[in-house]
Design a protein around this ligand. Structure first.
Ligand code: ADP
Ligand code: SF4
Length: 733
């Protein structure tokens, strides 16, 4: 296939200071839950982006010093030379595919917990630090400022020596030190670093100039800056000071990377913001600088990207989430394969990896985070190792993903669903307020299935155990999903709630299936993720008066992990939904419920016409149980196995269902994994000690530390592949 010429502009090279990006696709810095604890995982993931055509691939926040210790989170570090080898892995992986590697040097200033380093946090003025216990940041002296500039210069030099092509001064979110100097909230200084805007900009200006002087001969200097904090006059506003700051520094950096703050605004979910939502802020930047500008907006449509370039909003298409959902997005546009783009759905499951300090996962891309530890490639799947035919019952995210992956491997597959519409929970949930983009999970897979002649699709076909045995497939996969509990058992309550068998009691499934409730409805949320809040929103939109009761301290509590909690609670309050937090459900009566305080046990009556339970889920595995009871028929009918996947195996997120379907498809016909742990693990302590001691030996031997040869030289010293693939043998190295 050839690409449409209207997309040619996306593949023009861009000069960024002393380096050239081969096209306009720029993976901006994003957290990955990998960081300094999992360097090989991170290197393989970033390398995949380069292979997929991103001209620039950035690290996440990379802390320049131990005074910027953000433990327990695992971002990157360049505290001293011991951190160098980890970075070399990533830089080499990115360079291998002809892309530029960017390092987001950062100092968290007054937002650093310093739990690990046990040193004082530093800020322009004394401020309280968010974290455990009473922690305050110390206001920096002039000497501290001078020392901080030296620290930055040293880190920039190290980044240059490693081979990075672009080096950042990071002021993108409220977290960082330069931003704390910019903001009136955190900078109350009365010297030349505080007060007027030029004074508050001074520290940042010095950092940019320092970086340019230190490494500007070979490296481009990027500035990531927030333009607006979206908190009105309490924060930085684009029209007031945001654009003025860019004007004051306009020609100093080699590229501007611009966004809105804080992270929840920058990475807003599709429930709250559409593609390109940052344009009202970022379009101003090109009017005040001649330097290239990169910005984000969850771009997945090539037409939107071209429009941004043609209208002079941006020079480079920045992406974090779209590059996670589809690391090959640029290649697919380049090759004219637009229908193959796996579009980000804007759900922020990826963000939860950072908050849980576990490798990034993605709803759309099950291979994300598995590039190194399982060797999964997002576009390549090994061909079938046998001729087994597969019957998949259930075409939700698990069944669809399984069918696509098996189909690509070359198996003969039949995908059946009792419903006329494929997609399972994704089809139902995407009809909830704000969640329409989630249908992309279904649509991408249905699109892929169109080209797979070896996959037959049968909608509107409910199967029972006899049907399955008679069908005669060698492998049976049950992807029949899950249902919401009707008894009130959830995270807080372990026993069924009296009265939940009344006809006035509904579950999330009933609402998803179209039940419309009038009068006053109590939504009882003991699930705490998005479902309780969004069901309340839907019922309110339909005209019901709604009370949301939850044992948690706030609405949809787990959506803190997807950066949405604040926006959800705000929306529900604005809709007039009455919210009862820290309350569990005691009983359902005629005309009302009894709820009780989770602390005191004091109970309270709440009148209502109906109750909707959003609590725990149960697997729809009765069909599987039936088949297993009848397993003597397996050999009669040549059935070799029957397995559950997705929510039918264990109810969870859509991301988990997709992953489960993908994993099952990858494993079919492969040799049984005999390892106790079926994936590779990084052993940071052993790894770091070996590399660090080698580094010291090399250094004392006077060897030249040359930026492009780190990994090669490491390989000649120790067999990295053996360390990687069989860590136990590393003891003998
Ligand atoms: P998952 O998230 O694990 O993919 P879903 O609940 O989204 O699960 O999808 C399960 C799908 O299975 C639904 O579309 C449902 O209609 C279908 N299904 C359930 N039982 C049967 C059955 N006996 N025969 C055919 N399809 C079924
Ligand atoms: Fe997009 Fe969701 Fe994947 Fe994150 S997890 S990249 S938001 S699809």
């Amino acid at each position: 296939m050839t690409r449409n010429s209207r997309y040619d502009v996306l593949f023009e090279p861009v000069q960024i200071g002393p380096v050239v990006a081969r096209n306009r696709f720029y993976q901006v810095p994003h957290c990955a839950g990998m960081g300094h604890l999992r360097p090989k995982t991170a290197a393989a993931m970033r390398g995949m982006k380069a292979e997929g055509g991103w001209a620039v691939v950035s690290t996440e926040e990379c802390d320049v010093h131990y005074t910027s210790d953000i433990a327990p989170y695992s971002e990157q570090r360049l505290w001293d030379d011991a951190d160098i080898p980890q970075h070399a892995l990533m830089v080499d992986a990115v360079h291998e595919h002809g892309s530029l590697a960017a390092c987001e040097l950062a100092h968290s200033g007054g937002q650093a917990s310093n739990h690990y380093s046990r040193t004082a946090a530093l800020a322009p003025s004394p401020i309280a630090v968010e974290g455990f216990g009473t922690i305050n940041a110390r206001g920096m002296t002039k000497r501290d400022i001078r020392e901080m500039r030296r620290i930055y210069r040293r880190a920039a030099k190290r980044a240059q020596a490693i081979g990075y092509d672009i080096i950042y001064v990071y002021a993108g979110h409220m977290l960082t030190l330069p931003t704390q100097f910019l903001s009136r909230r955190t900078n109350q200084r009365t010297d030349e670093y505080g007060g007027s805007l030029p004074n508050r900009v001074r520290f940042m200006k010095e950092m940019i100039l320092d970086a340019k002087e230190a490494v500007g001969d070979t490296c481009a200097i990027a500035v990531r800056i927030m333009l607006d904090e979206l908190m009105g006059s309490d924060g930085l506003q684009c029209d007031e000071e945001g654009i003025e700051i860019v004007s004051l520094l306009a020609e100093l950096p080699d590229i501007w990377d611009v966004n809105v703050s804080d992270w929840s605004n920058d990475s807003a979910t599709s429930r709250f913001q559409p593609e390109g939502f940052q344009e009202p802020f970022i379009h101003r930047v090109k009017q005040v600088t001649t330097k290239p500008v990169v910005g984000v907006g969850r771009f997945t449509s090539p037409d939107t990207m071209v429009s941004q370039i043609r209208r002079g909003v941006l020079d480079m298409i920045g992406a974090a989430r779209p590059s996670i959902a589809d690391p090959f997005l640029p290649k697919k546009i380049e090759e004219g394969r637009l229908e193959d783009i796996r579009e980000c759905i804007g759900c922020n499951i990826c963000v939860s990896g950072d908050y849980t300090i576990t490798p990034l996962r993605c709803t759309q891309n099950p291979t994300m985070g598995e590039e190194w530890r399982r060797g999964w490639h997002p576009e390549i799947i090994p061909s079938a190792k046998n001729q087994d035919s597969v019957l998949i019952v259930g075409a939700g995210p698990a069944g669809l993903e399984c069918a696509v992956s098996l189909g690509k491997r070359g198996h003969k597959v039949t995908l059946v669903d009792s419903k006329k519409e494929f997609g399972g929970r994704v089809s139902r949930e995407s009809r909830l307020p704000g969640l329409s983009a989630w249908s992309r999970v279904r649509d991408y897979r249905l699109q892929q299935l169109q080209h797979l002649v070896n996959v037959d699709l049968y909608p509107a076909s409910a199967l029972n155990a006899d049907d399955i045995f008679e069908f005669g497939a060698q492998r049976v996969v049950l992807a029949t999903g899950a249902k919401w509990r009707r008894d009130g058992i959830g995270q807080e309550l372990s026993f069924s709630v009296p009265g939940t068998d009344r006809t006035s009691v509904f579950t999330a499934d009933d609402i998803l299936d179209g039940a419309e409730l009038n009068g006053h409805v109590v939504v009882y949320d003991d699930n705490h993720f998005y479902m309780g809040g969004v069901i309340a929103e839907k019922l309110r939109q339909q005209g019901a008066s709604v009370s949301l009761v939850t044992p948690a301290a706030d609405v949809s509590h787990s959506t803190h992990f997807t950066l949405e909690q604040h926006a959800i609670q705000k929306r529900l309050l604005k809709l007039g939904i009455s919210i009862h937090t820290c309350r569990s459900l005691n009983a359902v009566h005629d005309g009302g419920v009894e709820i009780q305080c989770v602390y005191t046990g004091d109970s309270q009556a709440l009148e209502c016409d109906s109750v909707v339970l959003v609590t725990a889920q149960l697997a729809n595995d009765s069909l599987y149980q039936e088949i297993m009871i009848d397993r003597s028929r397996f050999s009669e009918q040549s059935v070799r196995s029957a397995d559950c996947i997705g929510d039918c195996f264990v109810p969870g997120t859509i991301a988990a269902a997709v992953y489960s379907g993908h994993q099952w498809a990858r494993q079919l016909g492969e040799p049984t994994d005999e390892r106790e742990v079926p994936f590779l693990r990084e052993m940071p302590a052993i790894w770091a000690v070996l590399l660090f001691s080698w580094f010291r030996v090399s250094e004392s031997a006077g060897q030249l530390v040359h930026r492009h040869h780190w990994s090669k030289r490491l390989e000649s010293k120790v067999d990295i592949s053996r360390l990687t693939h069989d860590w136990s043998s590393s003891w003998t190295l």
